[in-house]
Each structure stands twice: as structure tokens, then as C-alpha cells.
Design a protein around this ligand. Structure first.
Ligand code: CP
Ligand code: NVA
Length: 321
């Protein structure tokens, strides 16, 4: 079995925010993910979850998160159910608590993508099975885990390295800041003042990770100097479409382009995707030699296999019991 003997496995807990995990949890998840990835790439599909079902409750569009979880469950011998708006989550049809209590009777775990983070918190409070955040307006822990997993594959050890996020201080940026803090990495955000982290998040970060090395600047060059990773994301996240023109005007000087990457020629370029080419990133950067965006997207699946195995534990085929 592809489990390190010292893996610290949780059974039945949720992943709502990145800080639900400790550094040793993340180390264990990365190790399981790498074992499963290595086996998968050698042609083995580990049947860890026969007869297990993952429910995917999505209030927003998705390619990567939805398909990577669905494919992961197929590879691991389980199944998934995609539950879109017609199931009535977070609507007047029924309460989130009733929805969570009932869905827990049918599935072994739930991945949920929400418009409002609070809906996810309510679902997790009611659910009898593990709930995984598949993106909220507040954070995107599965993305950040796959990003740092990708970095680790390139550099071996991530402690002490700097990740520079250039652009909107959004859900993905918040998740990366926490993960960097947990793993002893440095985090720099370059954004206009109005798009930097709000004071509530900064205070929260100080409380949960007092030693975290997090800096904010309005100068992208200062942020990327000495960075191992330069990261960006869309300037207008899902749900913010009415602010698009204002955001483009404010964030234009924070585009990640060839001129900016000249200040960090050895850095990897990352983007969670989908990208708005020509806005937050140029074609030359996203398609260029420093870019690892496709590997990053592929790693969503490998990382989430490790996460599911760590959260749920393996089940043996019935005939082996
Ligand atoms: N990066 C990411 O979460 O992509 P999707 O919105 O396509 O799932
Ligand atoms: N910040 C983006 C991430 C998409 C994966 C959004 O929330 O739309």
C-alpha cells in the first residue's frame, strides 16, 4: 500500500480552510500523493475506495476542481456524483443543515464550491461525513496544496523559499499565505492598497501563525526579487463580475509579464487557472519556459487523491476482508 508508515491520518475531519491542516498533516498528504502519483504514472491504479462515493456540490463553474476530483475517484475505484444547482443547495428549497444531514446518508465525503464561505461552514457543521472546500470566496485550500506540492517536486525542500503573489489579494492568495506560513516559507503580496489583505485576515494570520513571514507591497519588483515562485490569478474572481472595469484599471500595473520576470529569471511561474491572458499574465509568460501551469493543474488530481486517502483511509476490496 502506498502509505508511509508514519503518516498521520485524520478520519472524519473537514478541510474548510488551509489552517485546518498542520505542517505534519501536509507532509503526510504530500507523501501519499507522491506515492499514488508515482504508482499511477507507472500504470497502477490503486483501488483504495471500492464502493465509496464522493458528492460534489458546486454553486460556481469549474473545470479543474470538478474533473480532478471525479477522475481521482474513478482511478481509486470509487465514484462521484456531481450535484449542481438543481439539488437546491443554499436555496429556499431547504436549509443547508438539512441538506448536509441528508446528503451525508448517501455519500462518504463532500466537496463543495460555494459563493459564500459561510455556506460551507454551515454545511460542515451539519454533515456527518468529511467536507472539503472546493473553493469559496474566502479561500481555496486544495489549490494551494497542489501548488506547494508542485513546487516541492521542483525544488525538494520548500522551507525558507519565497512565493511572490502579484495581483489581487484574493481567495487563492489568502490560501497560499497561510500555507507558506505553515511550511516556513516567505510570502509576498504585490497589489494596490485596496486589493491587499484586509485587516481582519492580517489579524487572523498573526493569531494562527505568529511567526509567518508575510509582507505586502505596492511594488511588484520588490515582491518578486529572490522569489522561487511568481504567482498570479485573475483580477476579477467569480462573483465579482460587476467590478471588472474598476479592477482592470487598478491592477494593470501588476500584470505578470516578461519585463517583471527579468527580475527573477530562476523563479517558477504559477497560476491556478483559468487565466485571462493579456490581463493578469501575458502569453509570453504563461507559455514561457518558467511556467509550470499545466503541471500545477495536473497535480490537482494527484494531490486530491492523497488528500482523500489521508482523510478517508483506504478500504479493502470486499473479497479481501
Ligand atoms: N483552479 C481551479 O480551481 O479551477 P476551476 O475553477 O476550473 O476548478
Ligand atoms: N480567484 C478565482 C480562482 C478560480 C479558480 C475565483 O475565485 O474565481
Amino acid at each position: 500500500m502506498p502509505f508511509p508508515t508514519n503518516a498521520h491520518r485524520h478520519f472524519g475531519s473537514h478541510l474548510i480552510v488551509p489552517e485546518d491542516l498542520s505542517a505534519s498533516d501536509i507532509t503526510a498528504i504530500f507523501a501519499i500523493s507522491q506515492d499514488l502519483q508515482t504508482a499511477f504514472e507507472a500504470g497502477h491504479r490503486e483501488v483504495l475506495f471500492p464502493g465509496r462515493v464522493l458528492g460534489l456540490v458546486f454553486e460556481k463553474p469549474s473545470l479543474r476542481t470538478r474533473v480532478s476530483f471525479e477522475a481521482a475517484m474513478v482511478h481509486l475505484g470509487g465514484a462521484s456524483l456531481f450535484l449542481g444547482e438543481d439539488t437546491g443547495f443554499s436555496s429556499s428549497r431547504e436549509s443547508i443543515a438539512d441538506f448536509g444531514r441528508v446528503l451525508s446518508q448517501y455519500v462518504d465525503a463532500i466537496v463543495c464550491r460555494v459563493k459564500n464561505h459561510e455556506s460551507l461552514v454551515q454545511l460542515a457543521a451539519a454533515a456527518a461525513v468529511p467536507v472539503i472546500n472546493g473553493l469559496s470566496d474566502y479561500c481555496h485550500p486544495c489549490q494551494a496544496l497542489a501548488d506547494i506540492y508542485t513546487l516541492k517536486q521542483h525544488v525538494g525542500s520548500v522551507a525558507g523559499l519565497k512565493l511572490a503573489f502579484v495581483g489581487d489579494g484574493n481567495n487563492v492568495a489568502r490560501s497560499l499565505a497561510v500555507l507558506c506560513g505553515l511550511l516556513g516559507m516567505r510570502f509576498a503580496l504585490a497589489a494596490p492598497k485596496a486589493y491587499q489583505f484586509d485587516s481582519a485576515f492580517c489579524a487572523h494570520l498573526k493569531t494562527i501563525l505568529p511567526a509567518a513571514d508575510v509582507m505586502e507591497t505596492t511594488d511588484p519588483v520588490v515582491a518578486v526579487e529572490g522569489a522561487a515562485v511568481v504567482y498570479t490569478d485573475v483580477w476579477t474572481s467569480m462573483g465579482q463580475e460587476q467590478e471588472r472595469a474598476k479592477r482592470i484599471a487598478a491592477l494593470q500595473p501588476f500584470q505578470v509579464n516578461e519585463a517583471l520576470l527579468k527580475h527573477c529569471p530562476d523563479a517558477l511561474f504559477m497560476h491556478c487557472l483559468p487565466a485571462r491572458r493579456g490581463e493578469e499574465v501575458t502569453d509570453g509568460v504563461i507559455d514561457g519556459p518558467q511556467s509550470v501551469v499545466v503541471q500545477e493543474a495536473a497535480n490537482r488530481m494527484h494531490l486530491q487523491k492523497g488528500l482523500l486517502a489521508w482523510m478517508l483511509g483506504p478500504t479493502r476490496p470486499l473479497d479481501a476482508r
